[in-house]
Every structure is written in structure tokens, then in C-alpha cells.
Design a protein around this ligand. Structure first.
Ligand code: ADA
Length: 573
């Protein structure tokens, strides 16, 4: 039995309503009860706002261990609870019954509990941000691995058969736009659903179920059988394309009707755009775009990785003010709310799965490849429809020089190619002249730091690495600089341009960006990085303030001298 009305309040989880029929409420956006389960100073139990990071609770900046969150919710029967991100391991209980667990801070998972009695029930989540072999992707790193329910939470009433996701693949054929749509259904069976455990329960065919799909005023229907996947093909006479200057968006709505009565729905959003590339540009609907972007961590001194919507919008405003047209989600899938904003602004996204700087010893952890593949599955399942995402990235600066590393890269690329044929993929490499994975990827990407880490000029590095790729693969390939930059301690001023001064950073960025964007075989550049971010103590001897200080703005988004330098250069190319 479903509630007679759809309560939809998820305004801080997506920038648009995802249901008109399914009763879906935000469980985040309020205080939950918290109990610390590992050693710490101060109180054991208190209330904490969700979403949030435990490290932003006074006195808990360095908490490592388990955190028990509890809250209650009301339902009428089959209940689905979706978590957009729990850092970085979650065990989920409903009325103290263990439902399942999930590893991975940056991708969503859901739990279903069927046939709950109408009324109030208890939800318990035990989050864990400790390090260990069982959490292969999280190590003390050059960014902060936070703890807590760091993204939104939704509670929903679902019927016995519900809509799991909708994937829309737009394509231009003979000058006309088409859309191939895949809708996946699932049965409301108790369990935890994730990349490794997708909702693949057989659905009950009793009753006349129909699946109705509507895009841009065109509607198609199909009878539901025992299949979980339904494919539709649409042709359109005239639509508005999604481009970076005119980012037109369309909704797609799927509805399940039982005996002609709507019992479930899902609304998602997409844009009519195709991604291409050549040796000079990324092509969006055949229009050339030179990438001018920033690498951005989800990090803020007051919010940790649980960045509120207003700050996400402010970050995008500053990046656009500096003349950027793209952001790289270094080094993990981002909050879907941020991606919605990028879609609406026409701000291109290189989105990447969770990995930074792992050598082969870390990659040999038996959990590493399975957990990386699961992150990729969940990233693409959740973010497939975002037109702003033009490329999927993997394995930032991991062991791409090693034969066993190559095997894992190949497995990840094969998975991406099986899930999404509409986008290219790549990996940001620092293995200069030793990388053996460049033949696996359609676009080659390099992290270079001329005038900061190395004395080579930017031109020499771009020329040399282009030639290396040609030598290894037999051809020049589209070449993207995925990181370039220098450090500056905010407020350290030095007329003699001492290293770590703001003047020195501005000078280095000027030279780096001018040379890279002047090179004919470079399709674009991402500055490392947008803002200063907190790093782990283990990095503090190389990171003054225990921060990565290569931001063009500091951690409070206050501009450094390089801000105007970047603005001048980005706006002159
Ligand atoms: C690498 C890495 C970044 C950051 C950067 C730096 O390129 O990909 O995450 O650590 O170095 O600041 O040195």
C-alpha cells in the first residue's frame, strides 16, 4: 500500500525533482544521533548534521574509526533508502536487522526492506573511515579521506516492482536526433544494492504492468514481462542541442502502471550532445572546444568533503570567472548535485573513479581491482545521463608503467567500454617515457609540473611526451595536460619570487599555461588545482600547513595573485 500522495523533498540532493509519483523524502538535511565507537576525546554521543564529516565536529578533526549514526523514518511497506555517499565504509541496519554493507565514499548505494509495517522505523548506519587492506582505495594521501554520511540520503516507498535507473544515449543520425533509452526495473526484495550487487531480482509478473516512457513530448509504452531491462528508440524532428554556450536540458520520465494506475516513476535529465575529439580539440556536437579547466577536490575547512550546494555554485562561479570551461573531479566521482550544476552551466567534466598515486604494491592488494571496478560501475550507473561529463578517467598516476598495472588498466577500460560507448576514456599519467598504457586509451593525458618539480620547459614536455606516444603507439593521439601548476602559501609575498610565494606561483602559471596552450598538439589543460586542500599528516613534511597549497584560491576560496594571471591567460586563448 502506498501513501496517497507523493512527498518529494530532495532539493539538496538534485537540482530537479526526480519523482512525482514515488513518495521520496530527504532523510538528510537534519540532525542524526551519533555515537563514536572508537577512541577519542570528549563526548561519546551527540547530534550531528547529515550530510557532514565527523572531522568538522569540534575536537574530532583527526578521528579515525567507526561512527554510529541513527535516525528514524516512516513508511507504509516496501522501503528503499538511497545513500549518495558514506565515507568510506557503511554497515546499514533497519530496526537493528543488518541489511548489508558498502565500501566507497564517492558513489551511491541503496538498501531495500520489503513489507515493513506502516509507521515509524529505525535506521542505523555505522560508518568507518579507518585505513586498512579491506579499504584498498583509501590510504593517507595528498588529500583528506574523511568520515561520515557525507552526501544526501533519501527514503522512499516503492511498489513490488520499481524503476532502478534510466540511461539515455542521444545520437545524431542522418541529421536528426535520436535517443536510445534503457530502463532497468527491479523487485522490492530486502537487500543492499551496489555496483557489485545490482538489483537483479526477478520481478513478479502478476497484474497487468505497463512501462511508459516520455521524452520531449514523445511517449511510448510497453507491457512489463519478467525482463528487468527495457529498451526504447526515439526519433525527434527538432530539439535544442546541449552545448557549452547553450546547455539545453530535457527530462526523461519513466512510469510503471499497474492495471492502468501509476504506481512508480523516475525522472532524470539529459542533453542532446555527442562527444568527439581530434588532435586539436574535444568536439561537442562537432563544435571544437579547447579544454581550459581546473582540478578540484571536494574539500573545505568547514565542511570537509560534504560541500554544501551554495559552495559548489560559488566554486563554479569562480572557475568560470577565471575563464575555465571544465573541471576534473580529481580524484573520485563527485556529488551528483555538483554535476547537475555543471550540466546547467555547460561546464564540461572529466569525471574519474577513485584512485590517486598508487604504485603496483598497493594495486596488488586483492581488494584493489574489484573495488576499483565497483567504483567504475557505480559511477557510470549513476552519472551516465550527465551531458557535462565528456570523458571517464581512471587511475590517476598509478602503475601504468608496470605490466601488471597495465592488465588492471585494461580491465577497467574494458568495463567502461562495455557500459558506455558514447564517451572516450583516459588516465592521467606521470610515468614519463615509461608508461605502457597509452595504446589502450583514445585520449592520452599527462600530469606535468615544469618549473616546479622539473626543470624541463612546458613546451619540451608536451613535445617530448607527444613524440613518446607516437613512438609507442605509431600515431599522435589527442593529448591533454591533466595537471600543471605550482604551490603558493597564501599571503606569502616575495618581490624576489621566492619559491612558495604568490608571485612565483603566478609567474610559473603564466609560463606553463602560455606554452601549453600555444602547442598545436594539446587539446587542453587542467590546472592543479582550484583551491588549497587539507592533506594527511603523513604528507606534512612536503606540504606546508599540512595542506596542498597549489590552489589558485586558498581553502576559503580567497584568490591568490595567480588568480588574475590565470584569468588573463584563459581568456586570451
Ligand atoms: C600529482 C597528483 C595530485 C597532487 C599533485 C601535487 O599530480 O595527481 O593529486 O598530489 O601531484 O600537488 O604534487
Amino acid at each position: 500500500m502506498l501513501r496517497q500522495f507523493a512527498v518529494v523533498r530532495n532539493d539538496m540532493i538534485r537540482t530537479f525533482k526526480t519523482h512525482n509519483i514515488r513518495c521520496s523524502e530527504e532523510l538528510s538535511g537534519k540532525f542524526w544521533n551519533v555515537k563514536l565507537l572508537d577512541k577519542h576525546e570528549g563526548a561519546d554521543c551527540f547530534k550531528a548534521f547529515v550530510p557532514g564529516c565527523i572531522e568538522n565536529i569540534p575536537g574530532l578533526a583527526n578521528y579515525r574509526g567507526k561512527i554510529e549514526y541513527t535516525t528514524d523514518f516512516t513508511t507504509c511497506g516496501n522501503t528503499r533508502i538511497e545513500f549518495k555517499g558514506v565515507s568510506h565504509f557503511a554497515e546499514v541496519y533497519i530496526d537493528d536487522e543488518f541489511i548489508g554493507n558498502h565500501y566507497g565514499s564517492y558513489t551511491s548505494f541503496s538498501v531495500v526492506k520489503s513489507a515493513l509495517t506502516a509507521g515509524n522505523h529505525k535506521l542505523k548506519v555505522v560508518a568507518d573511515n579507518s585505513f586498512g587492506q579491506q579499504y584498498a582505495l583509501d590510504v593517507p594521501n595528498d588529500y583528506m579521506s574523511y568520515g561520515g554520511i557525507s552526501r544526501g540520503v533519501l527514503v522512499e516507498d516503492i511498489p513490488s516492482v520499481y524503476i532502478d535507473y534510466i540511461h539515455v544515449t542521444p545520437a545524431k543520425k542522418a541529421g536528426k536526433w535520436t535517443a536510445s533509452v534503457e530502463v532497468k526495473l527491479s523487485a522490492a526484495v530486502t537487500g543492499l544494492y551496489s555496483g557489485a550487487n545490482p538489483c537483479e531480482n526477478s520481478i513478479d509478473k502478476s497484474g497487468a504492468y505497463t512501462l511508459q516512457l516520455e521524452i520531449a513530448g514523445v511517449t511510448q509504452s510497453v507491457n512489463i514481462s519478467d525482463s528487468l531491462i527495457y529498451n526504447f528508440e526515439f526519433d525527434f524532428d527538432k530539439v535544442n542541442e546541449w552545448n557549452i554556450d547553450t546547455p539545453s536540458l530535457y527530462y526523461v520520465t519513466a512510469i510503471i502502471l499497474a492495471d492502468n494506475k501509476p504506481v512508480d516513476d523516475l525522472i532524470d535529465r539529459f542533453g542532446f550532445r555527442e562527444v568527439g575529439y581530434n588532435l586539436k580539440n574535444i568536439l561537442i556536437n562537432d563544435k571544437p572546444v579547447r579544454i581550459k579547466g581546473f582540478c578540484r577536490h571536494e574539500d573545505h575547512p568547514e565542511y570537509g568533503c560534504a560541500i554544501p550546494a551554495a559552495e559548489m555554485a560559488h566554486d563554479l562561479a569562480l572557475m568560470k570567472d577565471m575563464g575555465a570551461n571544465s573541471v576534473r573531479t580529481s580524484h573520485y566521482p563527485n556529488d551528483e548535485l555538483f554535476l547537475d550544476m555543471c550540466d546547467e552551466l555547460g561546464f564540461l567534466v572529466w569525471e574519474e573513479e577513485h584512485a590517486r598515486g598508487h604504485e603496483i604494491e598497493v594495486m596488488y592488494n586483492p581488494n584493489y581491482l574489484p573495488q576499483s571496478l565497483e567504483c567504475i560501475k557505480e559511477m557510470i550507473r549513476d552519472h551516465y545521463n550527465h551531458p557535462a561529463i565528456y570523458i571517464w578517467g581512471i587511475q590517476n598516476e598509478c602503475a601504468s608503467q608496470h605490466e601488471d598495472g597495465r592488465k588492471m588498466y585494461e580491465a577497467m577500460y574494458n568495463l567502461i567500454a562495455s557500459l558506455d560507448q558514447s564517451r572516450p576514456y583516459s588516465s592521467a599519467s606521470c610515468k614519463f617515457f615509461t608508461d605502457i598504457c597509452q595504446d589502450l586509451e583514445p585520449i592520452c593525458a599527462w600530469n606535468i609540473y615544469p618549473y616546479w618539480y622539473v626543470t624541463d620547459t612546458a613546451s619540451e614536455l608536451v613535445e617530448g611526451l607527444n613524440n613518446y606516444v607516437k613512438e609507442k603507439t605509431g600515431e599522435f593521439k589527442p593529448f591533454l595536460v591533466t595537471e600543471i601548476g605550482a604551490g603558493a602559501i597564501p599571503g606569502f609575498r616575495s618581490p624576489s619570487l621566492e619559491k612558495w610565494s604568490e608571485e612565483r606561483q603566478a609567474k610559473i602559471l603564466h609560463d606553463q599555461l602560455t606554452e601549453v596552450l600555444s602547442h598545436e598538439r594539446c587539446i587542453g589543460v587542467y590546472i592543479w588545482q582550484y583551491c588549497d586542500v587539507r592533506v594527511h599528516e603523513e604528507w606534512s613534511m612536503k606540504r606546508p600547513r599540512t595542506m596542498n597549497n597549489k590552489g589558485i584560491v586558498d581553502e576559503y576560496r580567497r584568490p591568490k595573485l595567480a588568480y588574475n594571471t590565470v584569468k588573463e591567460i584563459f581568456n586570451s586563448f
